[in-house]
Ligand binder design. Structure first.
Ligand SMILES: *Cc1c(COP(=O)(O)O)cnc(C)c1O
Length: 487
């Protein structure tokens, strides 16, 4: 309960009179007079600070009542402890901000670390849109109102050759909008094997239940046949949905209906077919040896009606969800009033415009997510060996480093099944406890996120940009030194 106070849980002086402690708990007014708190009060913060102080006193009261806190009978000490705890909470409102971290996990689209990293041109486009007025919804030449999404739509259509394109808040919103548009007054058919949860917060069954008039679950976890979809249409399905299961795979006795078969069935029965592809690969990765994974282009070649994916996964842009496909169907989604609630802001649009311009110009080497994914083995090996050499002299006794081969995943719910071959800097601790080093790395500034496996800590340079290598090496050296000193 009480984190920052000097009074701790169960300090050991058993049998203290709880009623006495409760009686001498300070009043809100008294705590507000504490200099650390009074100095934070201004015209905006007064209400919130009063709330924090009241809550802090209340949590002490609860702690005393249920025996978690033994506060004693020294009123001054309790006041100091309560005020210290409240001041700590108030201070962290300012100090606890998003900050830069070094991602040495090798997981490129780490959702907890913010997924795709933007290139400098894209980041600067975002800043321009954020810091001044823009012609977001105006045609400057004629002075007339224009759609805010016109540039992104035009670029997506140009890059993909699709008739319709629409960008919304994220891919979850894209799925929601599609299901709301085509199955709200009908039903959506989806295979039981594809009712997935991705990234802890995207639960497809929940979204479908919310948006669709009815959900027709078909097939079994491991097998779904085209006949199952046909029966679903007979039962009233108005949308056939296929989902890239991204982060899991059923192996063994399995069967699923291909996108091409499904698209064919949709055409025959005049029912829209949608594929939630997830990772949004606008680059022909097939040619780069990503066995079993594919870009959106072969999917579009099947003639599928709608495809959706995230813009901040492999595409390498800011957070958004992209819907592509048949012009008339995408138009119906755009005209759905719900799209207004799911629309993206001008900063995201500016970033997305710039990333798509990179694709259109063939400048895919400028997109960090793609560059990290496609970095060749030789270059990674050379970078890692170089880092090991530079670290060499700073490796204390009791530690050993070596360059090894390993695997990583692209992350973001994409491709975890087909791991990426990678090069790792392996740090061995002769006295065990690699968690100590991993924790130390997280505690330094900037924090370094690394992986622990067995008795070693692994650092993957794949996700570390060249201009962060120097500081990474300094942090690695400092962390090993600190662990050694704490032994
Ligand atoms: C990642 C993912 C989602 C969720 O996308 P968000 O952009 O995070 O909302 C949905 N479906 C699939 C298949 C995914 O891979």
């Amino acid at each position: 309960m009480v984190e920052n106070g000097r009074i701790n849980r169960r300090t050991g002086r058993g049998g203290m009179d709880r009623k006495a402690s409760l009686r001498i708990l300070p009043s809100v007014e008294r705590v507000l007079e504490d200099e650390r708190i009074a100095s934070r009060i201004n015209i905006i913060s007064r209400r919130g600070i009063t709330r924090i102080v009241r809550d802090t006193i209340e949590s002490y009261r609860e702690g005393i009542v249920n025996g978690e806190i033994e506060a004693g009978d020294d009123a001054a000490l309790i006041l100091e402890s309560v005020a210290g705890a409240a001041a700590g909470k108030i201070g962290s409102l300012v100090s606890d901000r998003q900050r830069r971290v070094i991602n040495a996990t090798g997981v490129i689209l780490h959702t907890n670390l913010g997924r795709a990293v933007l290139d400098s041109a894209t980041a600067s486009a975002v800043l321009t849109a954020a810091s001044g007025y823009t012609d977001l919804e105006m045609d400057i030449e004629s002075g007339t109102r224009k759609s805010r999404s016109r540039r992104v739509t035009a670029l997506l259509r140009a890059i993909t050759g699709c008739g319709g394109a629409l960008a919304v808040n994220n891919n979850a919103a894209a799925v929601l909008l599609a299901v709301d548009t085509f199955a709200r007054d009908g039903a959506v058919a989806v295979s039981r094997g594809e009712l997935v949860e991705i990234g802890g917060s995207f639960r497809l069954p929940e979204i479908l239940a919310r948006a669709a008039g009815r959900v027709i679950e078909i097939g079994t976890t491991n097998r779904t046949h085209i006949g199952d979809y046909e029966r679903a249409i007979d039962e009233g399905a108005t949308l056939l949905l296929k989902v890239h299961t991204s982060n899991y795979k059923v192996v063994g006795y399995t069967d699923e209906v291909s996108i091409a078969e499904l698209a064919e069935l949709g055409r025959k029965r005049d029912i829209p077919v949608m594929y939630d592809q997830g990772s949004g690969i606008l680059y022909p990765v097939e040619s780069e040896g990503f066995a079993g994974e594919e870009s959106i282009f072969p999917v579009l070649d099947t003639g599928i009606d709608i495809i959706s994916f995230s813009a901040d996964k492999v595409l390498g842009g800011p957070q958004a969800g992209i819907l592509l496909g048949d012009a008339q169907l995408v138009g119906r989604m755009r005209d759905n009033h719900m799209s207004r609630a799911l629309r993206i802001d001008k900063m995201t649009l500016a970033g997305l415009e710039q990333v798509l311009v990179h694709y259109w110009n063939g400048e895919t080497d400028r997109i960090p997510a793609l560059r990290m994914m496609l970095e060749d083995h030789e270059s990674q090996l050379a970078r890692t060996r170089d880092a090991a050499k530079r670290l060499g002299a700073s490796v204390p006794d009791g530690f050993g480093i070596e360059v090894v081969e390993g695997e990583t995943s692209i992350g973001g719910g994409s491709f975890p099944i087909n791991p990426l071959r990678t090069v790792l800097l392996q740090i061995n601790l002769t006295s065990g406890g690699p968690q100590r080093l991993e924790r130390e790395l997280r505690g330094l500034d900037p924090p370094v996120l690394a992986r622990v496996r067995g008795d070693s800590v692994f650092v993957d340079l794949r996700t570390v940009p060249a201009d962060e290598e120097k500081i990474l090496i300094e942090i690695l050296a400092a962390a090993m030194k600190n662990v050694k000193e704490k032994e």
